[in-house]
Design a protein around this ligand. Sequence first.
Ligand code: ADP
Ligand code: MG
Length: 417
Amino acid sequence: MGLFERDTEVYKDRDALREDYQPEKLVGRDEEIQMYQAALQPVINSEQPNNIFLYGKTGVGKTAATKYLLSHLEDDAEQYDDIDLNLIFLNCDGLTSSYQIATRLVNELRDEANQISTTGYPRATVYEMLWSDLDNLGGTVIIVLDEVDHVKDDSILYQLPRARANENLTEAKIGIIGISNDFSFRDDLSPKVKSSLCEQEIHFPAYDASNLKQILEQRATVAFHEGVLSDGVIPLCAAYGAKDAGDARQSIDLLMKAGDLAREEDTSTVTEDQVERGRRALERGRIEEGISGLTQHGHLVLYALLTLDLENETPVRSRDVRPRYTRFTRLAQRDPLVPRRMRDHLSELAMLGIVSVTERNEGRRGGTYREYAIDMDLSLIISALDDIITEVGVHDSLSSYLDTANEPQITGTLADY
Ligand code: ADP
Ligand code: MG
């Protein structure tokens, strides 16, 4: 027998849980789909298409709904001889300027032999190429700019929707679909861009647990063999997804993580316990990412709070974290932040879910104050703080914890506190 053996006990089609899978039908989005479809109707009527703007948090089905409707639009347009429909789908992640978008579009419109360089032309020249390429293509052209919030200057967002009105285009009828994960992006657009790009706006709200349950049930029938999932698995994934952000992507990821654990552990069913453990594993990844994205002062504040936690001094007020933070900062040869800024770091840690905050009342006379504590697996935090611990040195409380926990030692010394 070979080293690898095909393993299809649990999954019928694991790929159905991956990011790039396109579901055949969308569940629980009837209202939004209906509005979206109405906004696309002019295409079928061979009229000038609308510009459409979709917004909502990540994982609420914006991209999936767009691909679903556009593929139907493409099929249905074929029955009409007078419609020549062309679709261009561009994800703007990694494309931060109008110039980059414009060169990418030109290259999408050109064949292999006529591609242009992505630098070196004046912007006006690239726009000229874009207009002439679009007119050469002619017909109806729908351009999707997904994750358009990555684009930092709005020149192209003004030029494209208005290309016909400004007489840059005479042949092609273009419609722009802008999709944004970021609510503030729309509000920050200049009024002239907003009025042309956001002709038709569609908001995708977050999913609740029952929406997510439907989505997961639909997906599970494609991905898993019948009867493999224990009864509680889907409701649990849905409940966590609703609690986190109403994000279908996260729920599907969790279901896949649980399925992978079942596969690894060679169990014939996926259990709730595997969902729980899968969630912790995913969370660990997110926390590590969150901590590594903090500034050095964020790390110093967290390290200070961690040692207080190890000494059973938490929950603790910001002003009582301060002496240790100040000392750690000096040991790292930095200047401490003012108390207010230090407190901002505690709030940021709370937002990441690493630290818990409790509001307390200050006796009869009034005021409230906040107390902070670590709200996360300690060994996880310790490994994510590796660099700063090396720089500051290992605090006594931490070295006794590491001795008892028998964790690998971290090097560096800390003068007595
Ligand atoms: P967004 O673009 O809003 O960030 P996506 O469209 O990428 O979100 O959706 C995230 C994941 O959830 C995708 O795998 C998608 O197929 C799935 N999904 C989202 N909404 C639905 C739905 N209503 N029905 C079925 N699957 C959905
Ligand atoms: Mg998307």
